[in-house]
Design a protein around this ligand. Structure first.
Ligand SMILES: [Zn+2]
Length: 289
């Protein structure tokens, strides 16, 4: 099961549910899988798990000590385990490890993002502005989601080239890219160290909770990338967990010509991916105005 499969299953699931009030209340999703949610104080780092009764009813148990946004994410992540029929691997990776997250868990996170921020609602509510701290905070508040989950969603559905990088203890854990950056083959390896000269590296060095925006060279982040071009980096560091996130974006005209020409044609054939990104719907909406 790859990312595109997960997204299409999630969108199918969302399409069968009344999502008009989903930003307030996840009940329609919960009842759609014949589940009930229970809250319980758990140890730090634990978010939740699911028990399935012999009669087929699921009990999703959520850590009541985590934030409301986190609890909502956990509910949707657990729904993903049920719908995708993927086993939990919550115990396999110790919290001190920078090892890659288990593929099942990445699939369930992707699924959860589709449920919390349904793409049609997202695109209908997204102000057509340049990315900024305020814009991500606005969308986070609107969808009742955490800053990192919102920034990641922003990058994935962005009509302009954009990426979202999650880093832990100084190493890249995961990078999500917009359709245009995937087409341009912009690649950031998980496990690589936070690049020198990035905003992420400079704010992590200070070791305080902070957020900063600035211009950086594109080739410090992307592998085998043309030099001489700049892009924006909005980075936030969470000192207690030593977690850093970066939203990277640039204008279409700043995509290196070579990479785009060389690979663009080949990838344009892949209409499935383009449609899944929501970019098509976006352009239609813009043209109407
Ligand atoms: Zn899980």
């Amino acid at each position: 099961m790859d990312e595109a499969d997960v997204i299409s299953i999630a969108r199918e699931f969302v399409s069968k549910v009344d999502v008009s009030n989903i930003r307030e209340d996840l009940d329609p999703y919960i009842s759609a899988i014949n589940a009930k949610v229970k809250f319980e104080a758990m140890e730090e780092g634990a978010s939740g798990y699911t028990l399935t009764k012999p009669n087929g009813k699921h009990i999703i148990v959520v850590n009541s000590l985590e934030s409301e946004e986190r609890q909502r994410f956990t509910v949707c992540h657990e729904i993903a385990h049920v719908v995708l029929d993927l086993k939990s691997s919550h115990e396999e990776i110790p919290s001190y490890s920078i090892a890659k997250r288990h593929p099942n868990e990445i699939c369930c996170d992707t699924f959860a993002a589709e449920l919390l921020m349904p793409y049609k609602q997202w695109l209908a509510n997204l102000p057509s502005k340049e990315p900024s701290l305020e814009l991500i905070q606005y969308m986070a508040k609107l969808f009742n989601t955490s800053f990192p989950a919102t920034a990641s969603r922003f990058a994935t559905l962005s009509p302009t080239p954009c990426a979202f990088v999650t880093m832990e203890r100084g190493a890249v854990r995961y990078a999500a890219r917009s359709a245009s950056l995937r087409q341009a083959r912009a690649w950031i390896s998980s496990g690589s160290v936070i690049p020198k000269g990035s905003i992420a590296q400079s704010i992590r060095a200070i070791n305080l909770n902070s957020t900063e925006v600035g211009e950086v060279a594109q080739d410090i982040w992307f592998e085998n990338w043309e030099d001489g071009l700049d892009m924006w980096e909005l980075s936030r560091h969470y000192a207690p967990s030593d977690t850093t996130i970066s939203l990277l974006w640039f204008d279409h005209e700043d995509l290196p010509e070579k990479e785009y020409d060389r690979f663009g044609t080949q990838v344009k054939d892949d209409e499935g991916l383009t449609e899944l990104s929501g970019v098509l719907e976006w352009s239609k909406r813009v043209k109407k105005r």
